[in-house]
Design a protein around this ligand. Sequence first.
Ligand code: URA
Length: 433
Amino acid sequence: MSRVVELIERKRDGGRLSADEIGELIQGYVRHEIPDYQLSAFLMAVVLRGMDARETSALTSSMVASGERLDLSRFGRVVDKHSTGGVGDKTTLVVAPLVAACGVRVAKMSGRGLGFSGGTLDKLEAIPGYRVDLSTTEFLAQLERIGVVVTGQTADLAPADGLIYGLRDATGTVPSIPLIASSIMSKKIAAGANAVLLDVKVGRGAFMKDLRTARALARAMVAIGRAAGLVVSCELTDMDQPLGFAVGNALEVDEAIATLRGQGPADLVKLSVLAGSQMLVHARAARTMAAAEARIRRALEDGSGLAKLRELAAAQGGDARVIDDPSRLARAKRTEALRAARTGYVKDLAADKIGIASVLLGAGRAKKGDPIDLTVGVVLRAKVGDRVERGEPYAEVHLGGRPDDTAALAMIADAFRWSGTRVLRRRLVLGHL
Ligand code: URA
């Protein structure tokens, strides 16, 4: 029996593989010595049987070793953040400039949106001219010069992950905690920061629908990061309703700018302050969370976070005038308000429905590579617990005149559930590791 078959069978039967054996599989696959069908069988065995922490770390290390690993050690402590994604999550656009404004370098490689999960790169491209394809040389030079970079992942970082993800997508092997954790963390480790703040989203608008699986993913990622020598912590945060009010690329940039001007929605401000404070503590720029929070709040209030976003936009070729005058952002053809049929409180607001509606409007992709419309989306006027008077708008929909617009409007209306009596607001932060 061939060696590869023996390794697949061992995992199929619930056995463990050594780091060398996992390395053989990953390297063999990247070198095209192991065919798709054998690696797919192995991945399915992992989905069904799992991997322990040592195997998961070994899988991550072999994916990191498949490409370059940026060396940022000359910059001292460099921080990064990663969210598992959701609907309306524009936290990076707020936090990266805030942390950099506090003197801590932020090196972030982001992704594009897929399905109803938005992507930071798409949002940033709503700033006209903003480049998300910096070379490694440009990445390092910008990190040195202005202390913050937010760009796409370069092709030479963890190339095994891209290849394996393509296979997982086509073989029903995406939903596996060790596979997801190693995929995310291999890219974080290769990108070179020495401290990472993770945000695992939980709820209908997230990859992880319940707190138990979200916590398991968080634990797996934190363990991988620490085994690789990174300072790492993780927040578990609510994604059962969207974050903030805006969903859709240019609309989210507008909301991020408003937040850096001190006019952000309460949940986005809270999460940004929490994440930013953690990042300052990780970078040893503050000794306590209280001291870190005071600095982040100062950067919000004195405009230095906003100034850093302006600098970031300009450094990456974007039209920085947008930051001072968001009316320069491209706008959808038409807006339509959805109005409350009677006075009441929002009892429930389904993030998945809002996310699907935003894809129908054209703001997101049904499949990788689909074109998107940066201007369309939804601005919610009420979240769970808010009261809306009869006839007042609870959502403003930005439409591009597409065939699915009517279905999107119906989906947004259907995302809301109403109550005649007061409703408690949702808790935003559900846990911390
Ligand atoms: N995001 C990733 O980068 N990898 C996964 O496997 C799932 C989500």
